[in-house]
Design a protein around this ligand. Structure first.
Ligand SMILES: [Zn+2]
Length: 288
């Protein structure tokens, strides 16, 4: 499997870091984990088109993890809607409602969709691509997933595990993808608690992963009380104790991703975690 970091940023807009998105290629499957603002541009930079995507999994519904989903759906539909099936969409509770409220008959895009399914020019373009007299609207089907959901495809399995983030307002999932005995794990956004160390669920998510992409937005250099772990120590402790082979940090905002801070955080990580350590950047790729 090949992993490409499409977006390693945060909700803060950035020209160098798109918001969260990761692409996994396994055989002919192109799987996206999250698709935050800017991620579609990165997808294009890899040479992929919306219609090449086969699966999308959303970890949670913070906009920096799903803001470009509407764009992805629209581009796929505009190019091949009604001619080829759309990629499958999976996400936590609320994902169906979000897609329906965007692309459903009463959705935010209904005027655009009505025009594109009714105007003779749009219908002519559809016909020239091999379509019939009727142009069907976008597919709004979603499979909602929760803690413990396993999606089994021919060449890979994805397991969703609940991670502690902004409950009870948002359900949040991390993902563990297994293919040909290789494991890719993605924490999504997680609470980095200094008092308790890594959250328990993260150990089953990250156990023996060949590659772990770990959220690391905040950092601490001076802890208020002795014995507390800094946020970067929490991430490194998980990677070490779970036996992770490569740790990639992500979700870097401008506060952590600046000269003088970045190096100190990396040094703190390296003190605990002795495996291969990468400070994630957009468009980095990893072969497992
Ligand atoms: Zn979040």
């Amino acid at each position: 499997m090949k992993i490409t970091l499409l977006g390693t940023g945060t909700p803060i807009p950035s020209l160098t870091r798109s918001s969260s998105s990761y692409m996994i290629e396994i055989g002919t499957d192109v799987i996206l984990l999250d698709h935050g603002p800017g991620a579609f541009q990165r997808l294009m930079q890899t040479g992929k088109r919306a219609q090449d995507v086969t699966h999308v999994f959303l970890s949670h519904l913070h906009f920096d993890h799903c803001g470009d989903l509407a764009r992805l759906i629209h581009h796929q539909w505009d190019a091949v809607g009604g001619l080829a099936p759309r990629f499958k969409i999976y996400g936590p509770q609320g994902t169906q409602e979000m897609v329906e409220r965007l692309f459903g008959p009463q959705g935010a895009y209904h005027r655009d969709l009505t025009a594109r399914t009714s105007h003779p020019v749009s219908l002519r373009i559809f016909k020239s691509r091999g379509g019939g007299a009727q142009r069907p609207p976008p597919d709004t089907a979603v499979t909602e997933i929760a803690d413990g959901t396993r999606v089994v495809e021919k060449n890979w399995t994805l397991e969703a595990l609940e991670v502690l983030h902004h409950q009870p307002y948002l359900e949040s999932l991390g993902f563990r993808v297994t293919s040909s005995n290789k494991v890719f794990a993605y924490t999504s956004d997680v609470k980095l608690s200094g008092r308790d160390g890594p959250v328990k669920a993260l150990y089953s998510l990250a156990k023996d992963a060949d590659l772990l992409v770990h959220y690391l937005n905040g950092f601490d250099f001076d802890m208020a009380a002795p014995g507390l772990l800094t946020r970067q120590q929490v991430a490194a402790t998980l990677a070490r104790d779970a036996g992770v082979k490569t740790l990639v940090t992500t979700h870097h905002g401008p506060a952590i991703d600046r000269d003088g801070v970045r190096e100190r955080v990396i040094a703190d990580l390296a003190e605990i975690y002795k495996g291969r350590l990468i400070w994630g950047q957009d468009l980095m790729t990893f072969e497992l």
